[in-house]
Ligand binder design. Structure first.
Ligand code: G3H
Ligand code: 13P
Ligand code: ZN
Length: 308
């Protein structure tokens, strides 16, 4: 099937209390690992591309890789999404290139400017049938202690005003997650009361959780055992994410766990096989590690296994 937008996926996810995994892609092995997991689990999937990924791989390569994935797995519903679009021009470029969903990230801007920028993207995207995700509130920096940054969490009343005035189709909210491998210094916790309030004020509206990697200890340990230095890493526990997926959160973003799975596997392989220098030798288990991690996540965190 061709690329689709996330509307139907989110409606189903909202109604049945699960979430769609949105996985960041940067190269062929990552695309293949994620698609292998989606096929195994019979789950829809969102492949998302950051500005950095687009720069690294090149837009044409990324789009063609995703086209290859569709041809290879024609029965899997796939959305191609721009992650953290920084400005109108990049959103437009991705829409013109066939992306079916874009995020415009104006979360760092003053409120009215965030609305104006989001509106501009919506005005271009909607006539072309493209979905728009926006963000309100700020995720804490990766070194910060998220629970101390209450004022940057998404305000529920402002979220209602933002959605109404900007016309965005889904909203990324700040409730205590953050990007990267160092999310919490103390206990991991999210502001579920806030999430519930936003959900109640925006009925049937899909919310998005960024910074939702779990940072599995297994991969952190493997990185460290085989020459890495990933100290004090901590992610969002799986049961906490599963709870959010059962609420109004319909899209859960994962990038860091992919990086960890891939890198841990490559570190181990090269340490155990120092004579090897054929990239296929270490990228084959690395791709498999991504697949197994994503399959686990689809099953135990998203809850979207067996939904197609
Ligand atoms: O939210 C950020 C994603 O993990 C993408 O990261 O900009 O380094 O590709 P990146
Ligand atoms: P993680 O760094 O927790 O994987 O978050 C990824 C993300 O939010 C991509 O937009
Ligand atoms: Zn993000």
């Amino acid at each position: 099937m061709p690329l689709i937008g996330p509307k139907q996926m989110f409606e189903n996810a909202y109604a049945k209390g699960y979430a769609i995994g949105a996985f960041n892609v940067n190269n062929m092995e990552i695309v293949q690992g994620i698609m292998g997991a989606a096929q195994q689990e019979r789950s829809p999937v969102i492949l998302q591309v950051s500005a950095g990924a687009r720069k690294y791989a090149g837009q044409t390569y990324i789009v063609k890789l995703v086209e290859a994935a569709l041809a290879d797995a024609p029965d899997i519903p796939v959305v191609l999404h721009l992650d953290h679009g920084p400005d109108f021009d990049l959103c437009k470029a991705c829409i013109d290139a066939g992306f079916t969903s874009v995020m415009i990230d104006g979360s760092h801007l003053p409120y009215e400017e965030n609305i104006a920028l989001t509106k501009q993207v919506v005005a271009y995207a909607h006539p072309r049938g493209v979905w728009v995700e926006a963000e309100l509130g700020k995720l804490a920096g990766i070194e910060e202690h998220v629970s101390s940054d209450e004022h940057v969490y998404t305000d529920p009343d402002q979220a209602v005003d933002f959605v109404r005035r900007s016309g965005c189709d889904s909203l990324a909210v700040a409730i205590g997650t953050s990007h990267g491998a160092y999310k919490f210094k103390g206990d991991a916790q999210l502001d579920f009361a806030r999430l519930e309030s936003i959900g109640q004020k925006l009925p049937a509206y899909p919310l998005v959780l960024h910074g939702a990697s779990s940072v599995p200890q297994e991969f952190v340990d493997m990185c460290n055992t085989f020459g890495g230095s990933v100290g004090g890493a901590k992610g969002v526990p799986e049961d906490i994410l599963r709870k959010a997926a059962g609420m109004a959160v319909c899209k859960i973003n994962v990038d860091t766990d992919i990086r960890l799975a891939l890198t841990a596997s490559i570190r181990r392989y090269l340490t155990e096989h120092p004579e090897q220098f054929d990239p296929r030798s270490y990228l084959t288990p690395a791709r498999e590690a991504v697949k197994n991690m994503v399959a686990h996540k689809i099953r135990n965190v998203m809850g979207s296994s067996g939904t197609i």
